[in-house]
Design a protein around this ligand. Sequence first.
Ligand code: PMP
Length: 428
Amino acid sequence: MTKAETLARRRQLLGRNLSIAYQNPIKIVRGSMQYLYDDEGREYLDAYNNVAHVGHCHPRVVQAGQQQMAVLNTNTRYLSDLINDYAARLTATLPESLKVCFFVNSGSEANELALRLARAHTSAQDLIVLDYAYHGNTNTLIDISPYKHNGPGGHGAPSWVHSVPLPDLYRGHYKADDPEAPEKYVQHVNEVVESLGVRRLCGFIAESMPSVGGQIFLPENYLRKVYSRVRSAGGICIADEVQTGYGRIGTHFWGFETYGVVPDIVVLGKPIGNGHPIGAVITTAEIADSFNNGMEFFSTFGGNNVSCAIGIAVLQTVLEEGLQSHAESVGSQLLQKLRELVTEFDIIGDVRGSGLFLGVELVRDRNTKEPATEEASSVVNKMREQGILLGTDGPFHNVLKIRPPMPFTSSDGDRLVEMLAKTLTELG
Ligand code: PMP
């Protein structure tokens, strides 16, 4: 089928609110590491898709899935060394206290389960979330995702959800030029805790580096202070590592480690299956015990043999190919080169990130920080025409999001920067 026919058929058969990337959609038919190929054989450098963490169709992952699929694929009610092995390997990457795993099939399911665990442990419901956060597509997760419930089609937050300002030192309520800014952001959490009255706090959930919020790195000590306040109010702390885990940020394996905190529950998704649907929740023995309240927990597909074989292969690949340190060196060179563009292009308001988790915020005016939303969209579409895939994010969709498969190289980075400079020049 031609691309136009495929598009027409999709419009007829699929829900219209499934969005399609780029003004000129791409029909991708094949992927290999950090490259994607369309129906006309054109190659694209993928600088956006973090799900293919160790690379699109990484042979080791493909082989693990194929082999296990030919042997057995059943559920967690039977004993299997694969699931135990996967759990042991995952917990070995985490702090000592996080030792009990649950496996599901998506980041959304994992966050749902994390909330159930938190509620079982605290017998409380109220949750503190960051503004502009996104945690998944279920009813409850839309409730805790301001990005969705405050956006088009949303109906706001229910009374048990308390959102606090996103601690964004570039564009947020308090900025980098205010030395009190980090403390002021923490103060919002304190105020929520103090205002609860008879309501009780279940916990706090945040991405370690809010991604939909615009590739934001939290101020130093923010999480440490927030976790401490939440815990003193009886709440538990959930780290959504769906986008930030598995070495992507280069300096650390997990995003939360950069802040010197240890969450009570960690939520994993996207990259851990390299495209195969796997989600996981890892928590303390105490919280897992509270959840073990007589009601069975079962997920038909969660933790099945094929998923575990794939999950192990992905984790082994990350560790054995040294992808975390690769991300650190490639990412820091890329960050440096992107920062060099700031002197040349007034439209670049901020460049931030770590490892292969980077953001370039475009503004019409550096003083007012008016978001250059249409320009960002135009850049992404022009880059796509040049064979480089990027996306936009942030509350105003004016942040270019760079989050490639981890095999992305320095020369891929150079190509990206060169093409970005050319595109920004053409933008005028
Ligand atoms: N948490 C975060 C931070 C995410 O980015 C996403 C997906 N974009 C999810 C949870 C939900 O994951 P999934 O789409 O696999 O359900």
